[in-house]
Design a protein around this ligand. Structure first.
Ligand SMILES: Nc1ncnc2c1ncn2[C@@H]1O[C@H](COP(=O)(O)OP(=O)(O)OP(=O)(O)O)[C@@H](O)[C@H]1O
Ligand SMILES: [Mg+2]
Length: 463
């Protein structure tokens, strides 16, 4: 139910308006009898729309609009006037009001106007969510049997409202899978809110999840909605759920079971309409055995488990992944699209990806792009610099960052169900056109050393 705040210094007028709004529009209506009381209320309550009188003693409607703007209070405001002075209304719109209504208008018209404002606000939210998605969305690339099984699993659970647990190694694509679940879910236009439990200080986790009422603790000057409320009607992605502190785990269980939250410092309950998707790269069962993760939360989450395969289980996806990563990274850097030397691709296909994942493949591709002046990127050719790089110890640590990794012996077993571009790459990888390329020299000589991502490491700030 939408909450509307009526601000008017004449109590009889405000009460009558509130009564009619409730009766005709079915809203939850709050009343403030002065500008100051209105601002105070807006800091304490979750208000969806304000109906504001302009002429009030003390702080008038214009000052309320200015202060709302300063404080970042973005709910739509309809000003209403009994004077018929439309110049003043125009001035209010300049200050951020959505529209104006005459006090004499029938309530049905006012409700129409309120609905219009609420709808506009919803659309603006959806647009922002879509923009964010366009920026961050990447297709789930890969047609290997392992990826096919993953896509089938996503398709099966996407529409159901129950929680889903995504498991998989670090950098294997869990967040991408969560976004895909949202995209194929019941309300893809709704918000997708990601919260990384490992990245939030322990004492702030509950505040981030559930929000707080004004005055809940020192410094809580205004009501703040948490991630559950922000994700209303959409998806709340709880990343690295294994890192959630025990107290927050207990509250999470209650929220999942009762489908409602209570903001910190309050006793009002708010219905939860967000779908929960959690992810972990930990063995949660082992965490439960070790007493670090609550078994009741685990059992509630693991009803639907989606496992993301590691890159080494789907080596045949590498050509398509490299092609995709090249395209998006070149576009992001604003450079002309580059291609990969077949021998380099061959190296990537045969590299021992035992401990690393798509994120590292992405990093390797990115470094290759930076290190290559020409249009064709190439890496270390096996016959060059024999024995100089790629010692057993180095292979164990993962590829060097300034060139394509040395392959592990034996070669891969590519699967040829690929896009035409990927097939082209794969064709080269089979030997056609292989050979040294001019960009090898600068690539090997000038690229700066970098360190490797650790397995189990957190998302870096750059991500
Ligand atoms: N199938 C895929 N297709 C395209 N890109 C992928 C795929 N899988 C992973 N990636 C890319 O690899 C990178 C790592 O993916 P993501 O962040 O989803 O991994 P993660 O499993 O959530 O990692 P972590 O456990 O460290 O949080 C991202 O840039 C993502 O876009
Ligand atoms: Mg992640």
């Amino acid at each position: 139910m939408s909450a509307i705040l009526v601000v008017d210094d004449v109590p009889a007028m405000a009460e009558q308006y509130a009564y009619d709004l409730k009766r005709v529009g079915g809203y939850d209506v709050l009343v403030a009898l002065s500008g100051r009381a209105a601002l105070d209320l807006l800091e304490r309550e979750a208000v969806d729309c304000v109906i504001l009188d302009l002429e009030m003693p003390g702080m008038d409607g214009f000052e309320v609009l200015r202060t709302m703007e300063r404080r970042g209070l973005r709910m739509p405001v309809l000003v209403y006037t009994g004077t018929g002075n439309y110049d003043r209304c125009t001035e209010a719109i300049r200050l951020g009001a959505r529209s104006f209504i005459d006090k004499a208008e029938p309530m049905e018209r006012v409700v129409q106007e309120v609905e219009h404002a609420l709808e506009q606000q919803r659309l603006a939210g959806q647009l922002a969510a879509l923009r964010g998605r366009l920026d961050s969305e990447a297709p789930l690339v890969g047609a290997s049997p392992a990826m096919q099984a993953l896509k089938d699993a996503i398709g099966r659970v996407a529409k159901i409202p129950s929680p889903v647990l995504i498991v998989g190694e670090s950098g294997s694509g869990k967040e991408l899978v969560a976004r895909e679940l949202h995209r194929l879910g019941a309300n893809p236009a709704g918000p997708f809110i990601a919260l990384n439990a490992a990245a939030i200080p322990e004492n702030l986790v509950e505040d981030e999840l559930f929000g707080h009422e004004r005055g809940a603790f020192t410094g809580a000057g205004a009501l703040r909605k948490g991630a559950f409320e922000a994700a209303s009607g959409g998806t709340l992605f709880l990343d690295e759920i294994g890192e959630l502190p025990p107290a927050a785990q207990a509250k999470l269980l209650r929220v999942i079971e009762q489908r409602q939250i209570t903001r910190l410092g309050g006793n009002r309950t708010v219905a939860v309409t967000a779908r929960v998707v959690a992810a972990t790269n930990r063995d949660l069962e082992a965490e439960v055995r070790a007493g670090r993760f609550r078994d009741d939360v685990y059992f509630r989450l693991n009803v639907h488990v989606v496992r993301v395969p590691a890159l080494r289980e789907r080596l045949s996806d590498i050509p398509a992944l490299v092609e995709h990563l090249l395209m998006v990274t070149c576009a992001r850097f604003g450079v002309r699209p580059k291609t990969v030397d077949p021998a380099a691709l061959d190296c990537l296909m045969r590299y021992d990806w035992t401990r690393n994942n798509v994120r590292e493949l992405r990093n390797v591709v990115e470094r290759m792009i930076i290190a290559t002046d020409g249009e064709t990127m190439c890496g270390e050719h096996p016959r060059r610099r024999p024995g100089k790089r790629g010692s057993a110890g180095e292979r164990r640590r993962g590829p060097r960052t300034d060139h394509i990794p040395r392959p592990q012996g034996g070669g891969g077993a590519p699967d040829h169900r690929r896009s035409p571009g990927a097939q082209r790459l794969a064709h080269h990888a089979d030997g056609a056109g292989a050979g040294p390329c001019r960009s090898c020299e600068p690539l090997e000589d000038h690229a700066p050393p970098q360190h490797q991502p650790r397995i189990g490491s957190r998302l870096s700030a750059a991500e």
